[in-house]
Write a protein that binds this ligand. Structure first.
Ligand SMILES: Cc1cc2nc3c(=O)[nH]c(=O)nc-3n(C[C@H](O)[C@H](O)[C@H](O)COP(=O)(O)OP(=O)(O)OC[C@H]3O[C@@H](n4cnc5c(N)ncnc54)[C@H](O)[C@@H]3O)c2cc1C
Length: 254
């Protein structure tokens, strides 16, 4: 049980919660967040190391209850869990769509700290929903913004902007987190260009430790085998971008 040290608004629908405690985690790993009496759900670690933190969109009952926590309140945290990103190469492209910036912002921090040249494509529905643009620029990344409605940066999806950057410049590796159709589109682009890629995948998770099977994806457990997978593995997933298990374990379309 950890005490909330800071709880701030990033946008009207996105908040960052930080704790006094340090967590030794790799960018891309996640924690299970327990709001007593409400629910427990997975959240990527958006700040690793000292004063670790999570950054979340308010979407349903669990995140709505979490959003009401004040500084000094107590939240249950289990983890860190899962396999995070591994940084390879000297020049990388990071593609983050929506809440996908939560696990990729610490990746940008870690890569720039290692002297890796980082280009970040930050995509959101509108300028009001952009998160961590200045944080990533301050870390040393060259930030390229795309918005679906054209209110900031290039109009359109993050994949379009990422694809034009890939045509202009050679990257050693590509990293992605965001909506599943963004991940499958980036996997297509990277396969055609022969670029190594890693992406973080989301599935319903209950235990976070590979026991309950809620996050099963083509025989893998996203919580322990992922959530970060490389291109070779992503291409083997026949269900990616098509189906997922709902909260009752029933297969549903995406
Ligand atoms: C590894 C991982 C990391 C994540 N990191 C982040 C993050 O950094 N920031 C962020 O905003 N969101 C993140 N999510 C999604 C987040 O877990 C859900 O938004 C959250 O559980 C919603 O809970 P709720 O009760 O508010 O909404 P609900 O009303 O329960 O659900 C709203 C939506 O969230 C999905 N969802 C619900 N429960 C889960 C669950 N246990 N696991 C996964 N998806 C769920 C549902 O399919 C639904 O589409 C992550 C998910 C995973 C699997």
């Amino acid at each position: 049980m950890l005490r909330v040290a800071e709880h701030r608004d990033e946008t009207p629908w996105t908040k960052t919660m930080r704790f006094k405690d340090a967590v030794d985690a790799r960018p891309g790993q996640f924690v299970m967040v327990w709001v007593p009496g409400v629910d427990e759900f997975p959240m990527s670690i958006s700040y690793v190391g000292d004063r670790f933190g999570i950054t979340y969109q308010i979407v349903g009952d669990g995140t709505k209850a979490l959003s009401k926590a004040a500084e000094g309140d107590i939240v249950g945290i289990r983890g860190p869990f899962g396999r995070g990103f591994s940084i390879t190469g000297k020049r990388i492209l990071v593609v983050a769509g929506g809440a996908g910036i939560a696990p990729t912002a610490p990746l940008v921090d870690a890569a720039t700290k290692k002297g890796v040249a980082v280009r970040l494509v930050l995509g959101a529905k509108s300028s009001a929903e952009l998160v961590f643009e200045s944080r990533c620029a301050a870390a040393g990344a060259e930030v390229h913004v795309s918005t679906d409605d054209g209110s900031k940066g290039q109009k359109g999806f993050a994949t379009g902007l990422a694809s034009s950057l890939i045509e202009k410049e050679r990257y050693d590796s590509v990293y992605a987190c965001g909506p599943e159709r963004m991940i499958t589109a980036m996997a297509d682009i990277c396969r055609k260009r022969g670029l190594p890629m890693q992406a973080s995948v989301e599935r319903i998770m209950k235990c976070g430790i590979g026991v309950c099977d809620s996050c099963a994806l083509d025989g893998k457990h996203v919580c322990t085998d992922g959530p970060v997978f490389d291109l070779e593995q992503l291409e083997k997933f026949s269900e990616l971008g098509k189906t997922r298990l709902d909260r009752t374990g029933r297969k549903t379309g995406i």
